[in-house]
Design a protein around this ligand. Structure first.
Ligand code: KG4
Ligand code: ZN
Length: 408
């Protein structure tokens, strides 16, 4: 069967078309078309995603991206690029439309939903509403090339997923096989989440404080990487040390200036996170350093140091809490997903910690092109949703609405 997936939850207009074949416990996917049109350059000016602008861009981009995907799949003769336009009628080649209904920016989500509804109206294709976060979990399956297989194996469970993006930071426990056709309910259990800012949001805000462009994650990561190579760490912060301690030496000795930021909630008993305090600590740090030495942000070395310590702090908390959950729930497979999963320090530290702790857990990160938002992950989640009978036949269904705060 062929699934068309639509993703418009934030600032990427993405559409994928996949062919799926079920062979026993193996589900084989073939990518027929896959396109992402990013709005980053437009939102950069505002230092973040502006919902009304995202909506306008999605409306403009959806028919163009759809047409590109159809051409890639050599199916442009079967469908009109815009379901809103009069044109060629369907050749019946798309069996299901999967669309992200949340979480995300509601005006942006609606554009994808309306597009899916129009396809349903015109071609009578059933629609599967997909949870964006579930998509991020499935994003680890496609590797290089046009085909990939999702295999249903008992020994992979229990699974844990660390979902880290601009809007989310959560730990999801997947106890039983979520894509077992015998079940009609997926067994996701949220065991922890951020109580305030998401980790990606903290990266973006700290980047802005340092005068770096949006999105801030890759920018912070780049500076932190330079700092780690030029001044390797002399030792880690010990458990029980005052997390708020911060020491600033004269700028003339900037190489010796030691910056220490808090690791919020790292030793709390639960699996929750908090990144707003860390962000505020960076704000105070910059303010205090500015008081002592002016033009602190003109100094590249200081920017690198702040970026590096911020990244160390954020990643240390993520790795610590995830490993704790791995041990408690005897996790066999760890899946990391969402925009922040592109962070190379997170990838390195997570693998290192699991090795150091002699845990047998297999760790999976998405391939580079799938760490951010994309429609391929929505197609995979959509297929399993369809198998679990989560589709609706009519565009009039009340299930087809944007839910900004939709939870797993
Ligand atoms: O999943 P995503 O593309 O969109 C949301 O659903 O939010 O995640 C975007 C977030 C942004 O906050 C961005 O700064 C962050 O992912 N990000 C990174 C990196 N690449 C993207 N954060 C840290 N390090 C990176 N390399
Ligand atoms: Zn996302």
């Amino acid at each position: 069967m062929r699934i068309l997936a639509i993703e418009t939850s934030c600032d990427e207009t993405a559409i994928s078309l996949v062919e799926v074949k079920q062979e026993g416990k193996k589900t084989k996917f073939k990518i027929l078309g896959n396109e992402v049109s990013s709005q980053i350059d437009i939102h950069k000016e505002y230092g973040g995603v502006f919902p009304a602008l995202a909506k306008r861009e999605h409306i403009k981009n959806l028919p163009l991206v759809f047409e590109k995907v159809l051409k890639e799949a050599k199916m442009e003769k079967n469908y009109s690029p815009s379901p809103l336009l009069k044109g060629r009628t369907g050749g019946g080649k798309i069996d299901v439309v999967a669309v992200t209904t949340g979480p995300g920016l509601e005006p942006a989500l609606w554009t994808g939903i309306v597009f899916a509804k129009e396809l349903n109206k015109k071609y009578k294709i059933p629609i599967v509403p997909v949870n964006h976060m579930e998509g991020h979990i499935f994003s680890i399956f496609p590797k290089k090339g046009k085909t990939f297989t999702v295999e249903n194996k008992k020994e992979l469970f229990p699974m844990l997923s660390l979902l880290v993006s601009g809007g989310h930071t959560e730990l999801i426990l997947i106890k039983d096989n979520p894509f077992d056709s015998a079940q009609d309910k997926l067994t996701y259990k949220k065991i922890g989440q951020t109580r305030d800012d998401a980790v990606g949001e903290a990266f973006d805000k700290v980047a802005r404080m340092l005068g770096l462009p949006y999105p801030g994650g890759p920018e912070i990561s780049k500076l932190a990487g330079i700092e780690r190579v030029s001044s390797p760490a002399k030792g880690k912060i010990k458990e029980g040390s005052d997390p708020l301690a911060l020491r600033a030496l004269p700028l003339s000795r900037e190489r010796e200036i030691q910056i220490q930021l808090p690791r919020p909630m790292i030793y709390s008993k639960d699996y929750d996170f908090s990144f707003s305090g860390l962000k505020t600590a960076v704000l105070y740090l910059i303010r205090d350093l500015e008081k002592q030495h002016s033009n602190i942000l003109q100094n590249d070395k200081m920017k690198q140091k702040i970026a590096c310590e911020f990244e160390n702090a954020a990643i240390e908390v993520l790795v610590h809490k995830t490993t704790k959950a791995i041990k408690e729930y005897k996790i066999k497979t760890l899946i990391v997903g969402g925009g922040v999963s592109a962070n190379s320090y997170l990838q390195e530290q997570m693998k290192l910690k699991i090795k150091k702790e002699k845990l047998k857990t297999k760790v999976h990160f998405p391939s580079k092109s799938l760490t951010g938002d994309n429609a391929l992950m929505i197609a995979i989640a959509g297929y399993f949703g369809y198998k679990n009978k989560k589709f609706v036949k009519s565009h009039k269904s009340t299930k087809l609405k944007a839910k900004g705060n939709l939870s797993l």
